[in-house]
Design a binder for this molecule. Structure first.
Ligand code: IDP
Ligand code: MG
Length: 140
């Protein structure tokens, strides 16, 4: 069993897609271990995406990610990290495969509705960014 950190980004929360997005993950066998709705400050968004700080889209991305509430969750399942990345689709919705969340709901390369950890190392940093040990243990 593996765990990954997923966010429904402001464009998804704003368009009332929380239930639809979670359903897609659940239908694919992933289990919701922990879940919360929060609004990140610009500084918190910058901290979350610190690996991208040299990228040209960093300022715009972190402004966008702090522009409204998001829903953060921990999903669990066999190969959860890779599985979630497949279900999400490519970063750019225009390039995402049919049936993926980003193809179905993504607006553009930035407002692409969902985030999922890209590796076990990322998941190990991203899960505790949002959830305490207590919240993860209490869910079992
Ligand atoms: P990922 O979310 O598919 O892993 P990353 O390359 O890690 O994609 O980028 C993180 C996030 O930054 C993307 O999900 C998207 O919201 C935003 N982003 C990535 N590339 C661009 C871009 O070229 N223009 C605007 N936003 C981008
Ligand atoms: Mg990434």
């Amino acid at each position: 069993m593996e765990r990954t950190l997923v966010m429904i980004k402001p464009d998804g929360v704003e368009r009332n897609l929380v239930g639809k997005v979670i359903s897609i993950f659940e239908e694919n066998g992933l289990k919701v271990v922990a879940l919360k709705k929060v609004r990140l400050s610009k500084k918190q968004a910058e901290a979350f995406y610190i690996v991208h700080k040299e990228r040209p889209f960093y300022d715009s991305l972190t402004t966008y990610m702090s522009s409204g509430p998001i829903v953060a969750m921990v999903l669990e399942g066999e190969n959860a990290i890779k599985k979630v990345r497949e279900i999400m689709g490519a970063t750019d919705p225009a390039e995402a495969k049919e049936g993926t969340i980003r193809k179905l709901f993504g607006i553009d390369k930035e407002k692409n509705t969902v985030h999922g950890s890209d590796s076990p190392e990322s998941a190990a940093k991203e899960i505790p960014f949002f959830f305490s040990e207590f919240e993860l243990i209490a869910a079992e």
